[in-house]
Every structure is written in C-alpha cells, then in structure tokens.
Write a protein that binds this ligand. Structure first.
Ligand SMILES: [Zn+2]
Length: 395
C-alpha cells in the first residue's frame, strides 16, 4: 500500500463514555482531510442508545468542525454541543439524523481498515507544541552516519546513543533549541565509538539521571570507553544494566529491551534493540544488528518486534533479513547513513514498499498522541528535497 498519498486519513474508535447510562456505547469517529496548508476535517463524537429504542431515550451528538487548524490545535473530543430536537417533527429529525450518521460511520469504518498510521508533514505544516505532556516525541538527531535518538514525553527524556565524539556539540545545540535541559536516562545500545562518543561531552554538560548499558560487553574495552567511564564517575551518574525482555516506562510510553544475550555473539549482533509503545503506536530502534542478528531476534521474539517505524539496524549496511521484516512489518524506516553505504538495506526496503528517509539529510521528528504518527524532517541547510528525504515520500 502506498503511504502518505491518501486524500483522507480516517479512523474510527470505540470507547465507553464515562457516566453514560448502563448499556449505552459511545462511538468516536474522526476523519481528517488533508491539504497542503492545513488539516481540515470533522471530529464527530456520538453517544446513543441502541437503535431499537431510538426516540425513547435521549441521545447526544457532538459535532465539531476543525478547519484550517494545525495538529496541535485540534480540540479535545468532548467539546461541542448537545443536539436533542424536541417538539413537532423532532422525532423524525432524530431518526433521519440517526440513519445518516449510521451510513456515514459504516462508510468510514470501512475506509479505516486501510487508514494509514503515518502522516508525512511538509515544512509548512505547523509542528505541534512539543512540550505537551500527552505526546511521545522521537527525534533522530542528524549526527552524520551514526545513531543519536531522543525520546521525550512532557518532561521525561531518554537519549539513546550519541554519535561520535566530535558530535556532542550538535547534540547539545539541538537540546537547547528544543528545550531539553536534563536527561532522565541515557541508554547505550552497545559500546562502539559511533554510539557512545557524543556521551563524553554531553554527560559533562547536561544532568543525567541514570546511565543504562547492555550486558555481555563487560570484557569490551577501548580508549573511548575508558574515557566515557571516567566522565560517568566524575559526574556520579548511577549506571544500570538492561536485560533482554526487561520493561520500563518513560511517562506513559512502555519500553522493552531485546538482545541476543550471549558474550560469544559478534559485537553488533548483541547490541540491544529497544521497542517503544505509546497508545497503539510503536517504534523499534534496532541498534547495530547485522543480518544474522536480525534473524536471531526474529526467531527469539517474532511479532513482539512489530512496529510502525523501524530505525534501520546497523546504518543500513547489511541486508534486510526477510525474517526480520516479517516480524517488524514497518510502515516507515529511518536510516542513519548515506545512500551509497546503505544500498543493501535500501534495496530491501524499496522492494517491500517501505518508505525510508536518511537522518543524514536532516533530523527527523516523529510525534504521536497514540493513534497516528506525524513525521517532520528538518532539512540540512544545503539539502535539496530528493531521494531519502521526507519531501521525496510526500511527492
Ligand atoms: Zn554503529
């Protein structure tokens, strides 16, 4: 299925309305039209009695038009007005309304089946208020061909990897721009230089709650690792190991760590993969798994790895294993590399119709309230919108 090209992105939700009379169900439906400049659409929230008794019980309809507003300004579900016609003709008005709404719901319930979880935003689309407590933000910070990913929910933050040593100023500058002044957690997927280098500078500049690191690298040593350990000690940052299958929460987001847990496994293949779940949306940060590691994790954890967004493993250098694709089934992929070096994985993604974007073409920001991802890219000053950019997908 082509992504990002549908004229409509509808979805239908069901939930039980607090305080509704016993046996009543409330239904929520939301339809977003999309235009270049704005999100136009209709939010509809209806709670009603069962159709047999329509006209006997009072029912309520909330209708809210949302036109020309940006994502951040869409009002909450339950804003609106009560619609309860009475008097002469009131009953037939209610019946007609009910029939029309049922038809409308059925049409869009069908369309929701193929609704997309991804919305690719243009530079003109206003970014939501990134400090909202109810949004999960994932920032793939451009640190050249290396990994550096920030998770944030409200005031809660976690930095996953940090690029090479020289990149730390890019990271701290970006933190200043988006208002990150502390990190609750720092997480090292594995101790290679292109993943831990930036921490050496970042940890001296920003207060950090806990440093999380993987097991099975205890015997790994490098001059950079030694230097980083000194920085961790100097700043008295508590360190903790993460275990495969271990879970924790960052705000309301559930984090699960996965690892091919053996010290004899090749170094990249024992790097720790992190799955983040928020509402019904998911992202998998696949560290530096090579093809063998991808297959092993698929064998060990299967559909638990399923995710909307995949941070492509090992900078897209290796093949994209079919077993791993079957487990994850991503709708979108980010690659921390250049086209030339990531050719194998890019070919695999393209063949499977998974849209992909390079972090080297500009920092990528994915934001979700739990239902749908909204993805922006901040293009590099010298970048032109082409292959490997979000603009290319949106075309
Ligand atoms: Zn790497």
């Amino acid at each position: 299925m082509a992504t990002g090209r549908h004229p409509l992105h509808p979805f239908v939700g069901i939930d039980i309305m607090p305080g509704a009379p016993r046996g009543f169900a409330s239904w929520g439906a939301c339809v977003f039209g999309r235009s270049k400049q704005a999100v136009g659409g209709l939010l509809l929230y209806i709670s009603c009695c069962d159709p047999v008794h329509i006209g006997v019980y009072k029912y309520q309809i909330w209708v809210k038009m949302v036109c020309g507003r940006d994502f951040a300004e869409i009002p909450p579900w339950r804003d609106g007005f009560e619609f309860a016609p009475t008097g002469k003709g009131g009953e037939s008005v209610k019946r007609i309304f009910w029939v029309v709404l049922c038809a409308w719901m059925l049409v869009f319930a069908g369309m929701a089946e193929c609704a997309d979880v991804m919305r690719y935003m243009s530079e003109q689309d206003a970014m939501p208020n990134l400090r909202r407590d109810d949004l999960l933000e994932v920032h793939w910070i451009n640190v050249a061909s290396a990994d550096c990913i920030l998770l944030r929910i409200g005031e809660r933050t976690m930095l996953i990897d940090s690029g090479r040593l020289k990149e730390y100023e890019r990271i701290t500058k970006y933190f200043q721009e988006i208002g990150v002044a502390h990190l609750d957690y720092v997480f090292e997927t594995h101790p290679h230089d292109d993943h831990i280098g930036g921490f050496v500078g970042v940890l001296d500049e920003i207060p950090v709650g806990t440093y999380l690191k993987p097991r099975h690298y205890e015997s790994y040593s490098s001059s950079l690792k030694t230097r980083l350990n000194r920085v961790i000690q100097r700043n008295q940052i508590p360190t903790e190991f993460v275990e495969t299958g271990q879970q924790m929460y960052l705000g309301q987001a559930r984090l699960t760590f996965y690892q091919w847990a053996s010290s004899s496994v090749q170094q990249n293949n024992r790097s720790v993969v992190l799955k983040v779940e928020y509402g019904s949306r998911t992202v998998l940060l696949a560290a530096d798994l090579e093809a063998t590691g991808q297959r092993k994790l698929a064998e060990l954890y299967g559909s638990a790895l399923r995710a909307d967004i995949l941070k492509v493993p090992h900078h897209g250098i290796n093949d994209y294993a079919q077993e791993f694709h079957d487990a994850v089934q991503p709708a979108f992929a980010t690659i921390s590399n250049t086209r030339k070096s990531a050719d194998k994985f890019v070919t695999g993604l393209t063949r499977r119709n998974v849209p992909w974007v390079f972090t080297t073409k500009g920092t990528i920001i994915a934001v979700t309230e739990g239902d749908q991802w909204h993805v922006w890219q901040i293009p590099n000053p010298d970048a032109s919108p082409g292959e490997g950019t979000l603009a290319y997908i949106r075309r």
